[in-house]
Design a protein around this ligand. Structure first.
Ligand SMILES: [Zn+2]
Length: 142
């Protein structure tokens, strides 16, 4: 569980610091057919706890996906890095994310960071054979 206990941070006066979580993300976060996470998502961020008990986190999510190349259907893997930037407020009408009972639950913000950084397709690399015959008439990015 990715949680941060605000009461503990206040008691220890740890108002800022670095945290790391390994997160077993659900494959439903991936919008590409026949692709799944090949390892837990690495969640790294620094946090700052403000006087009004709002908690700001800034960092990144890093994950590896594997499955069929979207063009040639060969096996492919890809490492993706996404930005994690969220503010948790101890109120119901929080603008960003809210939290209750002194416990911040990170999952929603981390899931959002994963989905925001998720590529639309998986490619086996520059030498993908699929691009040669499927996209022959398309303009290549190079
Ligand atoms: Zn390919």
């Amino acid at each position: 569980m990715m949680i941060i206990d605000i009461r503990k941070l206040n008691a220890k006066k740890e108002y800022c610091g670095q945290l790391h979580f390994d997160y077993e993300a659900d494959n439903s976060l991936i919008g590409i057919p026949f692709v799944k996470f090949s390892a837990p998502v690495s969640v790294d961020f620094s946090y700052e706890l403000y006087e009004d008990d709002a908690l700001e986190i800034k960092g990144k999510v890093t994950y590896r996906i594997e499955g069929q190349c979207s063009r040639c259907l060969e096996n492919a893997t890809m490492t993706v890095e996404g930005e994690l930037d969220a503010l948790f407020e101890p109120t119901k009408d929080a603008e960003d994310y809210g939290y209750f009972g002194g416990i911040v639950r990170l999952q929603e913000a981390v899931d959002d960071a994963i989905m925001a950084s998720m590529p639309f397709s998986l490619s086996c690399g520059e030498n993908c054979k699929g691009s040669a015959f499927i996209n022959k008439t398309d303009d290549q990015e190079e």
